[in-house]
Design a protein around this ligand. Structure first.
Ligand code: NAD
Length: 476
């Protein structure tokens, strides 16, 4: 008996419950199984990595009625979920996790091998970041698969969710799992790649209702298994992809599409500003026919996904030129420089000007600041000697990088600022009654939130794409 086998035979309920019972597995004999309350629920689901994606997947399976074993390398994360310190997740995710803990159907563990032993369907939801060399850092995925592989059994299904360069599942994951488990993907267990398509803030709806799951398998059987698994939780079912690589690339292509179209929107908005034309009315009119989908401009693109995917695509090819992808990234990345230049040249901002930055999260309505444009804007302002800054966010109350200049008190920032810049499309900025501001304030709207409103009372309103500057007509 090898160490994994002996560990399996000793395996007990992770939640310490004596209600754990044994089921007969045709290959393994009797194995532990959790009591399942719902008659629909047939498997125990393992979730490896309990961040935004993993917690959302756990929540959806709990809502389905399954028992979920959640593993995270961060004991802090495990403790936070266990103790229901769940800030930052969607309310539906929080509610499902809370109920799961109370009912004992969500079992949390810092032992990944146990999590693997005790689940038959395993979702891997660890991050793929960008390394310092500008390439995908697959080390988190690799280490999660090493642990998972040690508890992998014949007949299990492994579903890889992170966005990754094409080839990752076949060339890295399958090999690591084979080495650790001595089992072969396709023959002994199902290996599936299915990218997460969720939007933080409405993850449950996205998974259950909004979109079909994009699925792929290392072989036909894995693909059929993927369809069966997602058929249980996704009303829209699944879109079957011809290969693991095509599903991996599909996810990156979605992100690249967004990045390129945001760059286009940014360029068109800047053109409109020079011409004194309102970009938003043009966008509305253009998008009234089905061939146009002009995006909303902004002072850059943040988040862990969209700015990263173009780089993952670029790293995947040697011969093909990726000019549009690269140029779009450059345009989006340069938006904060463009803003700082405009602040200096056109708004005559200097060292003593009090600058209020509205928004730290990368998108409105969420408390996620990963790769937020605001970090770059603060850096760029400081580099130009414009360091009299305060940052407001309604949902993020502490941030190590921004430090004490971050506040959640919108009124006080507005009262303090000489010039305020809306970076994030939080609804609090749209809903704020700007007419009641009792001092002269220059307000720059980077998200088209206040378009259609005039400069009123004490507020001088400008916006990216507002076309509020008069066009310079050159004399002939
Ligand atoms: N956040 C989104 O909206 C979103 C949407 C679609 C796709 N994705 C993709 O999904 C992946 C995960 O994103 P996320 O937002 O959940 O990330 P996250 O940073 O919120 O969470 C990742 C979790 O994985 C844990 N972890 C890291 N290494 C681990 C390991 N070896 N074993 C177990 N746990 C480990 C971390 O502690 C963390 O809790 C990313 O690669 C991203 O590209 C994210």
């Amino acid at each position: 008996m090898n160490s994994t086998e002996s560990r399996r035979s000793q395996s007990t309920c992770l939640n310490g419950s004596s209600k754990c019972f044994k089921i007969h597995d045709p290959l393994l004999g009797f194995v532990n199984q959790y009591p399942l309350k719902s008659s629909r629920s047939v498997e125990t689901i393992g979730v490896f990595g309990l961040g935004f994606v993993g917690s959302s997947i756990a929540a959806v399976w709990l809502r389905y009625g399954a028992t979920v074993v959640g593993y995270d390398v961060s004991t802090q994360r495990i403790d936070d979920i266990k103790n229901q310190r769940l800030g930052g997740f969607d309310s539906e995710v929080e509610e499902a996790l809370r109920k799961g803990i109370q009912s004992g159907k969500l079992v949390l563990t810092s032992d990944g091998v146990e999590a693997s032993i005790n689940s038959r369907i395993k979702f891997v939801c660890v991050p793929v970041y960008l390394g310092n060399d500008g390439k995908a850092d697959l080390s988190y995925l690799k280490s999660a698969c090493v642990i998972l592989g040690k508890g992998l059994r014949r007949g299990d299904s492994v579903i890889i969710c992170p966005s990754a360069p094409p080839g990752t599942t076949r060339d890295l994951v399958a090999k690591v799992l084979a080495k650790e488990s001595k089992l072969k993907a396709g023959e002994d267990f199902s290996l599936i790649y299915s990218p997460e398509r969720i939007f933080v803030g409405r993850a449950v709806k996205d998974l259950e209702e909004n979109y079909p799951a994009v699925v792929s398998g290392i072989d036909e059987r894995s693909l059929a298994k993927a369809e069966e698994i997602y058929g249980k939780i996704s009303k829209k079912g699944s879109v079957k992809m011809p290969s693991l690589e095509s599903a991996e690339f599909e996810k990156l292509a979605e992100g690249v599409y967004r990045d390129v179209n945001i760059a286009l929107a940014n360029e068109l908005a800047m053109v409109c500003d020079e011409l004194g034309i309102d970009y938003f009315s043009i966008r509305e009119a253009a998008n009234s026919q089905p061939y146009s989908n002009l995006h909303v401009p902004g002072f850059g693109v943040g988040g862990a996904c969209i700015p990263v995917y173009p780089l993952l695509v670029k790293q995947s090819v040697n011969k093909t030129k990726t000019s549009i992808i690269s140029e779009s990234r450059r345009i989006n990345d340069s938006m904060t420089n463009w803003l700082v230049d405009a602040l200096k040249k056109e708004f005559h901002v200097n060292e003593s000007t009090r600058i209020g930055i509205l928004g730290l999260s990368f998108r409105g309505g969420i408390a996620d600041s990963r790769l937020s444009v605001t970090y770059k804007l603060v850096d760029n302002l400081k580099m130009k000697g414009l360091a009299n800054i305060r940052v407001h966010d309604p949902l993020i109350h502490n941030d190590e990088v921004i430090g004490p200049i971050l506040t959640s008190d919108l009124r006080s920032v507005i009262r303090w600022s000489d010039i305020a810049i809306i970076v994030t499309d939080h609804k609090e900025y749209k809903d704020f009654d700007w007419r009641r501001v009792k001092k002269h304030l220059r307000l720059i709207d980077g998200k088209g939130l206040l378009r259609g409103r005039n400069s009123e009372n004490n507020i001088e309103l400008y916006g990216l794409g507002y076309g509020s500057k008069r066009p310079k007509v050159t004399e002939q």
